[in-house]
Every structure is written in C-alpha cells, then in structure tokens.
Design a protein around this ligand. Structure first.
Ligand SMILES: C[S@@+](CC[C@H](N)C(=O)[O-])C[C@H]1O[C@@H](n2cnc3c(N)ncnc32)[C@H](O)[C@@H]1O
Length: 340
C-alpha cells in the first residue's frame, strides 16, 4: 500500500520580519486586535492592497505615513481592511431569547417606578447595525404598550460600518435572519436605488476619500435595490456613533441596562478582554447585564460582574458588591492600556 503525504504550507509572507512585528504592535495598540499566526496572510494582503492604493513604494514609506506621521484617514482604511465586520440579525439567537424572556421583563418591572421609566441598551461593536436593531425589535416586543420606553445606542470603530448602520437598509439575504414575528411587525421591504444616491438622500457627508466603503463591507451594499428597513417607530429608538474600546472617552454616555458585546473581544488577548469587559461593566446601571457571545468571556472573573445562567446561556450581571477594577481609574482618565 502506498501512502501519500500532503504537506500544507502557510502562504508565503513577503513581509520582512521587522515590519511584521512593527505592524502587529501598531494594530494591537490602535484597536486591540491581536493578529494570530494563521491570519498573518491577511495583514500581508491588506498592506499590499493599501500600499498599492496609496502609491507607497516601500514598507518604510507606508509605515512612516501611517504609524509615524499618523495619517488618520489611511490608518482607518488599513484597520477597516483588517477588522472583521461580519454580523447578522439575531446572530446568537439564545442571547436574544434570554433578553426578551428574562432580562427585559425583570428590568422593566424595576424601571416602572423610575423617573423617567426608560431602559437603555448598547450594542458595543455593532458593525453595520443588525445587532442594535435585533435588540430594538426584541425590546419593542417585550415592552409592548407598557409604560416603559427604551433607547438603543450602537457603536463601532469603523466609520464605514457606522454609516451603513445609520442608513438602516439591508439586503433581502440579511432579512432572512430576522425571525418571522419580528420581521412582520418591525421591518418592511422597500425598493431603493443606487447606494450612493441613498447616502445622499440620508444627508450623509459625501465620500471624503475613495476608501469610505471598504471592500470588506461592499457585499452588503449589493442587492440594495430591494431591501429591508426598520419601521420608523423602531428606527427612532436607535442611534449610532463611532467609538474605540481602547478609548473610554469615546464610550456613549450610560448607564446602560444591557450591553451587548458579541464577537468582538474574541480577537483581543485575554488580559485586554478582561480590562475592556470591566470597563463595560462600569457603564452598567445597577442590576444591568453584559451579554457576550460563547467563547468570548475569558475563564476568569470579570471585575464588576458575576455570571448568571439561563439554561445553557450565560450573561454577566452587574455585581453591586464588587470593587472597582484596579485599572478603571487609569482607563477613565483616557490612558490607553496596551495588551502585551
Ligand atoms: C465581527 S463584528 C461583530 C458585530 C456584532 N457585534 C455581531 O456579533 O454580529 C466586530 C466589530 O467590532 C468592531 N471593532 C473591532 N475592534 C474595535 C475597537 N477597538 N473599537 C470599536 N469597535 C471595534 C469592528 O469594526 C467590527 O465591526
């Protein structure tokens, strides 16, 4: 019997080791993203693409422009290319079931006597807005015509993603992820034209540079001719802003009753995940909840919150008895913590 050995080799990296190290550090310090060995080819192809787009002839030139001189537009273009923006409506369904069936009823009962009786939600790292609208639809359904109102803040580092979120129009393919009762009650189909015309109609600023919609987001723009949008009553409850997890000054004003932070911190090192989660926890109202995705919470305690289980689904509940995180003061002052 003959056996065949297949050797799988990683894509060849033309990026010299010293530049690789410099870029890995720069990306992590800027965004928290820790690029693993198996994803180095993405760094390589992103640099190749951005260097070609900007006419940079050498790594030296491009690094000087982005990291040393701090060209913010080009930094944004490169990071947009590197960050994963994948998202969908009701992405981790059990989280939304727990939200609608357990968290909101409990929070609403307490909020009835509050002044004003309003629940605040935050989709932190919302990408193109599907998560924020999934929260909004769940809240609208769970709260019904009761006395408690709600508002949802969505935020993301990516300007292009936030712009798409504000536009609030998605393809029919994205629509298929919305569970039937919500789709029927809170969304509607519309016919729309060219996405650039849509941007103009929505009063968004003209493209400041050609990288405004990065290629990674482009597939979402296809198929916009027939698209889905939220009903105006739902849209009125949701606002979007840019922010960076590493820059607490950019965090939306809380406190929040529920913060969703899903499929974001998995790309950070454990230590930074704990720091960011502790800071998100400090933005929670008493009795509030931090909802992350499976695999996202490091296997150690997060200052400020404690795990609570709903069947197989875990959420983190604000722990009124917990002490402030030791890094919270430093963070609040805006000193960026570096993951090492
Ligand atoms: C994979 S998407 C997840 C979207 C959504 N939460 C979900 O679960 O579908 C991750 C998002 O986090 C954003 N992100 C990554 N690092 C960030 C940072 N340091 N500050 C703010 N947003 C960041 C990215 O731009 C991206 O849109």
């Amino acid at each position: 019997m003959t056996t065949t050995t297949v050797t799988i080799t990683a894509p060849r990296l033309a990026l010299p080791a010293r530049w690789q190290e410099a870029w890995l550090d720069w990306v992590e310090e800027r965004s928290g993203l820790h690029i693993r060995e198996t994803r180095l080819h993405v760094l390589e192809s992103s640099l190749r693409e951005r260097m070609a787009a900007t006419g940079a002839e050498t790594h030296e030139h491009y690094f000087q422009r982005v990291a040393v001189r701090g060209d913010s537009r080009e930094s944004a273009a490169l990071l947009d290319r590197l960050l994963n923006h994948e998202t969908s409506f009701f992405r981790h369904t059990p989280s939304f079931e727990v939200l609608g069936q357990h968290l909101i009823p409990k929070l609403a009962a307490a909020a009835k006597s509050a002044s004003p009786p309003v629940l605040s939600f935050w989709s932190a790292g919302c990408s193109t807005g599907e998560e924020a609208y999934s929260i909004a639809a769940t809240a609208m359904d769970a709260l019904g015509a009761g006395p408690v109102e709600f508002a949802v803040a969505g935020s993301d580092w990516s300007e292009a993603a936030v712009e798409r979120a504000r536009l609030a129009r998605w393809s029919l393919k994205a629509e298929s992820d919305i569970p039937e009762p919500y789709r029927e009650r809170y969304f509607r189909r519309v016919r729309s034209g060219d996405p650039s015309v849509e941007h103009a109609h929505n009063g968004l600023a003209a493209a400041p540079h050609p990288q405004r919609v990065p290629p990674i987001l482009a597939p979402r723009l296809r198929g916009l001719r027939a698209s889905v949008e939220p009903h105006p009553a739902l849209k009125a409850r949701v606002r979007f802003a840019r922010f960076n997890f590493l820059d607490p000054v950019s965090y939306p004003a809380g406190p929040f009753h529920v913060i969703f932070c899903q499929n974001v911190l998995i790309y950070f090192r454990d230590r930074l995940r704990v720091e960011v989660m502790a800071n998100l926890a400090s933005c929670l109202a008493p009795g509030g909840y931090l909802v992350s995705a499976p695999g996202e919470v490091p296997p150690r305690s997060i200052p400020g919150v404690k795990p609570v289980w709903f069947g197989p689904t875990m959420v983190l509940e604000k722990d009124p008895g917990s002490r402030a995180h030791p890094a919270a003061q430093q963070w609040a002052k805006g000193e960026v913590l570096h993951a090492k």
